[in-house]
Design a protein around this ligand. Sequence first.
Ligand code: NAD
Ligand code: SER
Length: 319
Amino acid sequence: MRERILIIGSSGQIGTELVMELRKKYGNENVIASDIRPSCKEVMESGPFEELDIMNQSLLISIVIKYKVTQVYLLAALLSATAEQNIELGWKLNMRSHSHVLDLAKDGLIKKIFWPSSIAVFGPTTPRENTPQYTVMEPNTVYGITKQSGERWNEYYFNKFGIDVRSIRYPGLIGWKASPGGGTTDYAVDIFHQAIQYGKYESFLSENTGLPMMYMPDAIRATIELMEAPAEQVKIRSSYNLAGISFTPKQLASEIKKHIPDFEMTYNPDFRQAIADSWPSSINDNYAQKDWGWELKYNLEKMTSNMMKNLIEKYKTIA
Ligand code: NAD
Ligand code: SER
């Protein structure tokens, strides 16, 4: 059967890259991008785009029927920092969008769902180092609460209705193609832009705040590998831990200094520090490795070199 894939929230940090990767694999016309705002030129010009507010369930259903969609990747959400500043919208958008998509599958309209979770499902009572797949989870942010509830919904829909829903607890994602959308881990992207343009950066997290991160090519590959894994290998239906690379702002700054020796870093923690302090500093992803063969490719050094190279090129072309 021909797969037709709908990406909801395609204009964001992940969507911008995921759409293009899926179009390469499945054909441009078979990957439908959708968002409340237009995507980048590359996405808009290479295949179908639909303006869709995911809160509009009837429009969602009509798009799914129009394109005979078989799989949905739901990326629309408010991220941790933005949701903390707009609690009501964070809760409504993150929860309702998920129900709308799960119900598409329950009603037999689509066959497979990808829904991303986050390290934000963990909280201050979770063991911070090498955080296991199964552990105490008491998130204390609205974003984390929506992600944890979402994981429970995933498992419930899988057990009760046999819905093929798959999920990853992404670490903070770092990429050069699109800007991040309001998360606590965004410093690890902003720092590259500021370092290249101005040679300095003021971090909103303190120097020794360790967090799990991942370079976007690894995250996109993990997502597609999980979605393409045989169903019987996907044993966890709530969401899989993925470890990525753990580092602090200070360690990232030293890595950047290898490329820009005069780079200066200062620290001025804001409200996002409390969010970061409630999250793990490193993650154990043994289950993802064992169940569907997950393997990381980019360490801190390789990720930093690749980010620097690509962003320097990007700034040259827009100068
Ligand atoms: P993003 O903020 O960059 O993109 C989200 C997109 O959703 C935006 O383009 C926005 O316009 C769109 N959107 C907002 N409201 C919408 C609505 N009502 N209808 C349709 N579209 C709407 O986010 P992202 O970084 O691409 O993250 C995508 C998903 O991955 C989210 O669920 C997020 O929680 C999860 N995630 C991201 C990270 C990360 O570091 N980027 C880490 C863990 C989990
Ligand atoms: N990177 C995300 C954030 O900081 C984690 O889900 O919100």
